[in-house]
Write a new protein. Structure first.
Length: 266
């Protein structure tokens, strides 16, 4: 697989579709696209992202039609030119798709354990409940026992009520200084959340940035792919050598560079 194909695969893996990718572009660049009409917008994005050359004009035009039809973007006139602008509805959809780095991570200093006994006759709901636990950041500790540093009670109670989950589901908590067996909490979190592997990926990302020979867009997508797998645990629970915050600052600089380069093409 060529480098361009890898970048395309990563970008679609993050955003899910070309529609989501274009929403991200509009949100990132704002109303800086000073080109008229749908054809002008199409050309602007081809200039900014050459990997869209792999998408034919008919497909891309269809994606833009979906964006406007679903009220995800709108056009505003500025100096007799029409520029795309993301709507509030589009922004909400984007927040569901794009990994977001949380600079504020409130934590109540507790570790939560989720245990359940859901009857076999409801095994489908039990399986779906497992996926739900993963989605909200829990990790499997032992059979039918999950762990998370964030209080999941409200989310779980709401999910049980909406989906009529039968059986018994218990959420308990232990303090930061507790442990499971002979393993302390910090070491346990490193293992359950694969923090060492994620930290290695952050280091590789920053190494590639320092080489200064990789396209900015490619680096941006590489970072977002790593962030998507980052559980973003409370800062107090992260290893001393954790690189997540440093990598985020590098990403911010890359994003600013990307926007400036794009606007320089107008």
């Amino acid at each position: 697989m060529g480098k361009k194909s890898i970048v395309t695969k990563i970008s679609y893996g993050i955003f899910g579709s070309i529609v989501d990718l274009l929403i991200w572009q509009v949100a990132l660049l704002g109303a800086s696209v000073g080109k008229t009409g749908s054809r002008g917008v199409y050309e602007a994005f081809r200039e900014a992202d050459d990997f869209l050359e792999e998408v034919n004009h008919k497909t891309l035009a269809s994606a833009w039609y979906q964006l406007t039809k679903k009220r995800l973007v709108t056009y505003k006139k500025r100096n007799n030119l029409y520029s795309p602008q993301i709507t509030e509805f589009g922004r909400k959809r984007l927040l569901q798709k794009v990994p977001y780095y949380h600079t504020n991570r409130p934590w109540d200093k507790k570790i939560y354990l989720v245990t359940y006994d859901i009857p076999e006759v409801a095994h489908k709901k039990r399986d779906i409940f497992r996926f739900f636990l993963i989605d909200i950041g829990c990790r499997l500790l032992a059979e039918s026992t999950w762990l998370t540093p964030y209080n999941p009670r409200e989310l779980i109670n709401d999910y049980i009520r909406k989906n009529s989950i039968p059986g018994t589901i218990i959420v308990s908590d232990i303090g930061q200084d507790g442990g499971v067996g002979e393993t302390n909490i910090e070491d346990l979190l490193v293992r359950l959340y694969s923090l060492e592997k994620i930290n290695d990926r952050y280091q590789e990302f920053m190494d590639r940035v320092s080489e200064k020979n990789t396209p900015t867009r490619e680096l941006i997508f590489e970072y977002l792919a790593i962030l998507k797998g980052d559980p973003q645990l409370p800062f107090d629970l992260l290893p001393n050598d954790w690189l997540g915050s440093k990598a985020y600052l590098v990403y911010q600089n890359l994003k600013e560079k990307y926007i400036l380069n794009f606007r320089g093409r107008e």
